[in-house]
Write a protein that binds this ligand. Structure first.
Ligand code: PLP
Length: 426
């Protein structure tokens, strides 16, 4: 049975547009096809909407809901904290207990700073890098996303003129002066940029797997090469693990690729859907926040979200979690590939653990430029056909799995995809 229309969601959207800009809480959500669906609630890997439709959820809140919806351990931990108060504004042991769990999982990290969103975490990381080096500029890679702040929202997607520049109207154009933009994987270009006598580079930022633009892994030796260049030049190496952290391995990209940066930014999966972010790193850098580098925030170390994080990290330590992520991620990726092939359609499917990327219309996408060439119009229509068949996916081609998804869910999804592809082509 397919869903013909979403009358209750449509009515809800009409109503919410009267009070919320765009009718939902981000511009991206407003752009979801055919329109945002309005959720009644979630359970495990499923969401139910106001029309009573149930969906297998591969959006997972755009990544954070790594245990699925309403996970009992997570819910119990949050419920136990709620009567004890929402926030304290001074020390409490939970903030250290969860920091210890982070340090236990990511080798080479010595301290943690708590923050609320990935955007804040990357901002703080940049400020720390500037503070400890006394330098101003930073290197980032085309297509990497480090949040929506003025300095960071650069070089993410081509603008109307086709170039990779500022990411938003109203953004301070000085962001361009502070940036050296390099192609992902081009170590020679990084070395060149660092060598320039007036380079003034404080940090290299990267998503260690380019999850936001194609789930493109670093070329062999590339992260180690960045580490060497940073060591040689006194540059701060930052892995933005907002997506990869605790997801592609127990210790994220640091353990998966065996390279230790100076700072790691974390968010999304860390608290199973609650708003928490962290900066982990070397003590000599993070301790500078007590010596003049400002890291502030009323909600930093919030006990409710930290209760969620403690329970999430414990649940991710259950035996077999990362094996299941890898197995299901592969099955989903293989299924998408096979479905496109059966319908004679070109595709590239990349997968790292429970993160899968479908690049429709491009046979062998290896670079950010290849990824940008995806057939977005076709993929948008496919997401609507998937939605009609009870599979909720992100617009840009990325799929997330949670611990609540089963092998049977993935097998069912692959079958549904076949029908959805046929309907998209019809
Ligand atoms: N860094 C990366 C790699 C991200 O994927 C995101 C968000 O998607 C951010 C930073 C920003 O995080 P937030 O949306 O929590 O501000």
């Amino acid at each position: 049975m397919t869903i013909a229309a979403w009358p209750a969601s449509e009515r809800a959207w009409e109503r919410t547009k009267g009070s919320l800009a765009g009718g939902v809480s981000t511009g991206l959500r407003a752009s979801m096809k055919p329109h945002p669906i309005f959720v009644e609630g979630g359970a495990g890997p499923r969401l139910t909407d106001l029309d009573g439709n149930s969906y297998l959820d591969y959006v997972l809140g755009w990544g954070p809901v790594i245990l699925g919806h309403g996970h009992p351990g997570l819910t119990a931990a949050v419920s136990a904290q709620l009567p004890l108060g929402a926030t304290y504004g001074t020390g409490h042991l939970l903030e250290a207990e969860v920091a210890e769990k982070v340090l236990d999982r990511i080798p080479g990290m010595e301290r943690v700073l708590w923050s609320n969103t990935g955007t804040e975490a990357t901002q703080v990381a940049l400020r720390l890098a500037r503070g400890v080096t006394g330098r101003r500029r930073f290197i980032k890679f085309g297509g990497h996303y480090h949040g929506w702040s003025d300095p960071m929202l650069v070089g993410y997607r081509p603008g109307a003129d086709g170039t990779l520049g500022l990411g938003s109207q109203g953004q301070n154009p000085s962001a361009l002066e502070d940036l050296v933009l390099v192609e992902w994987g081009d170590l020679d270009a990084v070395a060149e940029a660092l060598k320039a006598p007036d380079s003034d580079i404080a940090a290299i930022f990267c998503e260690p797997v380019l999850c936001n633009s194609g789930v493109i892994e670093p070329p062999e030796g590339f992260l180690a090469g960045l580490r060497e260049l940073c060591d040689a030049t006194g540059t701060v190496l930052v892995f933005d693990e907002v997506i990869t952290g605790f997801r592609i391995d127990r210790g994220g990209a640091v353990t998966r690729y065996g390279v230790t940066p100076d700072l790691v930014t974390l968010a999304k999966a860390i608290a199973g859907g609650y708003p928490l972010a962290a900066i982990a790193g070397r003590a000599s850098i993070l301790e500078r926040t007590t010596q003049g580098i400002v890291h502030a925030g009323t909600y930093n170390g919030n006990p409710v979200v930290l209760a969620a994080a403690g329970a999430t990290l414990d649940a991710l330590d259950e035996p077999g979690v990362y094996d299941a992520f890898e197995r299901q991620g592969r099955a989903l990726a293989d299924g998408i590939r096979a479905g496109f092939a059966r319908h004679g359609l070109a595709v590239t499917v990349n997968q790292v653990g429970p993160v899968v990327q479908c690049i429709a219309g491009v046979a062998d996408a290896r670079t950010f430029t290849d990824f940008i060439g995806a057939d977005q119009e076709f993929y948008d229509r496919l997401t609507v056909q998937l939605l009609r068949r009870g599979v909720f996916t992100l617009p840009g081609g990325r799929w997330y799995l949670s611990t609540a998804h089963t092998d049977a869910d993935v097998a069912h999804t692959v079958q549904v995809l076949d029908d959805a592809l046929a309907a998209t082509l019809a």
